[in-house]
Design a protein around this ligand. Structure first.
Ligand code: ADP
Ligand code: MG
Length: 485
């Protein structure tokens, strides 16, 4: 049995709230734009003015359908909106519209790699569509609280996993993979700092082969690192409770990023009774087969499929393929570059190395996206081709690359302007080699008396003499000839 801590098995299920990428809210035409002034994105419907009725945002529905397919789920032809009733100042209507009894998506899964790099399937119970709530602000004033309803009514997908996750590591992998998939299909921007993607972690521990333990639900975690930290803390807390002869109570907890600890928010006993019932203002959501199959047919190639294809078609290692498919634009650019190469079969691995090594390094250093590179991605293919057809050496290619990034110029133009083409003229190389031997006769004598490892020294010196531009194969051949005369 894997992953036991003091003989305890950890059991985790995640409920992820993903903001659906839309222009307007779920049931009103208010914009969803981030960074607006407080209460700027608010309509009569959003403040629950009497008589205002919801009008469903069909684009949000399409986005949820797309997501359902992307996580291998069943998209239900009939789903239904329910009212979840509770009182809170940031919820003017006194209820949140959600889908309890009939969610839009059931029974999906995504595959992750566990600590040992082994494939592991995490089942997903459901995705339902719901409204976000507004925000109460308590720290602006000593005596008053403020309400910002900009988020009230923003469309969310709640993606609920089965309790299949067995460690904080797996939980983080799951959230990363889910984020990657949502970005691929474009149904959520997944900007965690902007609250686009938040996770509730349900955590329990038990002895293997016994029923699951009581779970604590840690609410509203907004970073992947915090998710791992919160779970690690919670597991240790629960182990301590149980091993001290106490029990773990089912409750809702909060994670405090400053202390790295979780604390009680409310216990099961004061859990609200939400009095769910179907929203009488909204008809059941019936999806036609045409609508569902159209969306399915428009789905982009997803990361796992793309990764397998890259390994097969471009002979990449699984690690390199994973890195390249992490972001859809990067994967597209990689393929664009390979297609631009004159020798795609030979270049596919080299282009991958250049992207993952040199290109990622400058993107990191200059803090930009691949779309904002100073040069078109095809230039990487041409640079690799210049090495392949021996116009330049791999070493000089780095110089050309740096210039390319500085100026945006075509690699061949840089080679010509800076006179960087490789020297392949055997006579010129032979002259340089002879000069090296003349200037280093002591080493020459040592070589002759058996110190064969000096060969590399002569190669280096000749290369230096030729300002790094000598063709290494010809240098080798000339040196072999001269040294063995
Ligand atoms: P509720 O009805 O209280 O919301 P659910 O059955 O819908 O409970 O489960 C909510 C989340 O808790 C799901 O992600 C599920 O996988 C997870 N979960 C359920 N039981 C456990 C458990 N014993 N330990 C950890 N997670 C659990
Ligand atoms: Mg639930």
């Amino acid at each position: 049995m894997a992953n036991l801590i003091n003989g305890w098995e950890v059991v985790i299920g995640l409920e992820v709230h993903a903001q659906i990428a839309t222009q307007s809210k779920l049931f009103s035409t208010s914009p969803t734009k981030f960074g607006a002034d407080p209460n700027e994105n608010v309509s009569f419907y959003d403040v629950a003015m009497p008589g205002m009725l919801p009008v469903l945002n069909e684009h949000a529905v399409d986005q949820a359908i797309k997501t359902g397919f992307a996580i291998n789920g069943t998209v239900n032809k009939m789903s239904q909106f329910d009212r979840k009733n509770y009182f809170y100042p940031d919820l003017p209507s006194g209820y949140q519209i959600s889908q309890l009894f009939h969610p839009i998506v059931s029974n999906g899964y995504i595959d992750i790699l566990d600590e040992k790099g082994k494939n592991k399937r995490i089942n997903i119970e459901r995705i339902h569509i719901e409204q976000d709530a507004g925000k109460s602000i308590h720290d602006l004033d000593k005596e008053h609280s403020y309400i910002d309803l900009n988020r009230a009514g923003i469309p969310l997908m709640e993606i609920v996993s089965k309790p299949d996750i067995r460690s904080s590591y797996e939980a983080m992998q799951y959230l990363k993979k889910l984020r990657m998939i949502l970005r691929y299909v474009g149904s959520c921007n997944c900007n965690m700092e902007q609250g686009n993607l938040r996770a509730d972690a349900n955590v329990s521990i038990h002895r293997p082969d016994t029923p699951f333990g009581n779970r604590a639900e840690i609410k509203n975690i907004n970073s992947i690192k915090f998710l791992g930290d919160a779970i690690d803390y919670e597991v240790q807390r629960q182990i301590y409770e149980l091993e001290s002869g106490r029990t773990v109570s089912q409750e809702t907890r909060l994670f405090d990023a400053h202390t790295g600890q979780t604390r009680t928010m409310r216990s099961k006993e004061d859990a609200a009774d939400y009095r769910y019932f179907p929203d009488p203002d909204l008809k059941p959501l019936i999806l036609t087969s045409e609508r569902i199959s159209k969306i399915k047919s428009e789905l982009p190639e997803l990361p796992d499929t793309k990764k397998s294809r890259f390994i097969e078609k471009y002979h990449l290692t699984p690690t390199d393929a994973s890195i390249l498919v992490e972001d859809r634009n990067t994967a597209d650019d990689y393929e664009k570059a390979v297609q631009a190469s004159k020798f795609p079969d030979k270049s596919s691995k080299l282009i991958a190395n250049w992207l993952i090594g040199e290109v990622f390094a400058i993107l990191n250093k200059e803090n930009k996206e691949i779309a904002n590179l100073a040069f078109p991605i095809e230039y990487i293919a041409e640079l690799v081709d210049l090495i392949a057809d021996q116009t330049i050496s791999g070493k000089i290619a780095k110089t050309v690359f740096a210039k390319m990034n500085e100026t945006g110029k075509h690699p061949r133009e840089i080679v010509n302007e800076e006179n960087l083409a490789q020297i392949v003229d055997r006579n010129i190389i032979a002259e340089a080699t002879q000069r090296v031997l003349d200037n280093n006769f002591e080493q020459f004598n040592q070589y002759k008396s058996g110190k064969k490892q000096l060969f590399g020294f002569f190669v280096g010196q000749t290369m230096k003499e030729l300002h790094g531009k000598g063709n290494p194969d010809i240098i080798h051949s000339v040196l072999t000839e001269l040294l063995n005369k």
